[in-house]
Design a protein around this ligand. Sequence first.
Ligand SMILES: Nc1ncnc2c1ncn2[C@@H]1O[C@H](COP(=O)(O)OP(=O)(O)O)[C@@H](O)[C@H]1O
Ligand SMILES: [Mg+2]
Length: 318
Amino acid sequence: MSAGYPPVDVLVVGDANPDLLLTGDTVPRFGQAEQLLDSADLLLGGSAAIVACGLARLGMRTALAAVVGDDQFGAFVRDRLREAGVDDTAVATDPAVPTGLSVVLSEPGDRAILTLPGTIPSLTPEAVLAAVATLRPRHVHIASYFLQPGLAAQLPALLDDLAAQGITASIDTNWDPAEDWNGLADVLSRVAVFLPNREEALAIGSAVLGHPVTDLGVAASGLSALGCRVVVKAGADGGIAFDDGEESATAPGLVVEVSDTTGAGDSFDAGYLAAMLTGVATEEERLRWAAAAGSLSVRGRGGTGAQATAAELRAALG
Ligand SMILES: Nc1ncnc2c1ncn2[C@@H]1O[C@H](COP(=O)(O)OP(=O)(O)O)[C@@H](O)[C@H]1O
Ligand SMILES: [Mg+2]
């Protein structure tokens, strides 16, 4: 029954876990070495959780569908989601599996991530459809495709079901730990928006087009020919959109003091989706929202530490 719950704007689907974010002398040296760090922060992570918090901070009614374990890390995830104003009624607890965890070794220009998947692959299409029935979102955003092979295999059918209900969808696959990048053609032809970073766009473009592609424009325009808008995240350079096989808009990032870029792409996704669902009319303006939301997030540590409110975003855009 859906009665009793007001509908949400966005249901975000995917991963939620704590990120232990370490800075300083983070490149490990074995041989029983002990290295000293500059900072250690336990923060809410997981691409889906960071997108959900970013959307809520921008004033969108947002819910998350995910699975956590019955443990301290699971309780941590729920507490942070509630603090951020994200509806967690579709966050299930699996008592048999530990909550996922990522250890992020953060350097000024780069990062390495060690991830225990834990409950991250446990989310099922049935659970997503049940959440859709209860929460009645206008839009569903799918995060971290490659960390959820069970969901990934049934995603085309799930997206057809959403489309039949008049619900739009977007996807940010994030990185493929296996670096195979396979299976996405049937997904990208069924979503409105695909939001990769440059490296992901090249890898997925090569897989879908069937030959190695080193030119971002070739990869992203080729992917957009499948029928989705491709919005590429380009680090400090901002974002570039591709529609129907052609570049359609760009927007630069903001010049900010960079503290940590973990989750910047997820805050970019939140800015883009908030603009789209708020009815921002031009693609260039939607990209400006996205790039500003990404850039403002890198001012603080972790994905959720410095996400912008709608007022902060408007002020930054001038
Ligand atoms: N050094 C930076 N300075 C300003 N903005 C940045 C910087 N790095 C990232 N961003 C912002 O975050 C967005 C996403 O970052 P990017 O690194 O491209 O994605 P991902 O985190 O998915 O790899 C960029 O489009 C930009 O808006
Ligand atoms: Mg990303």
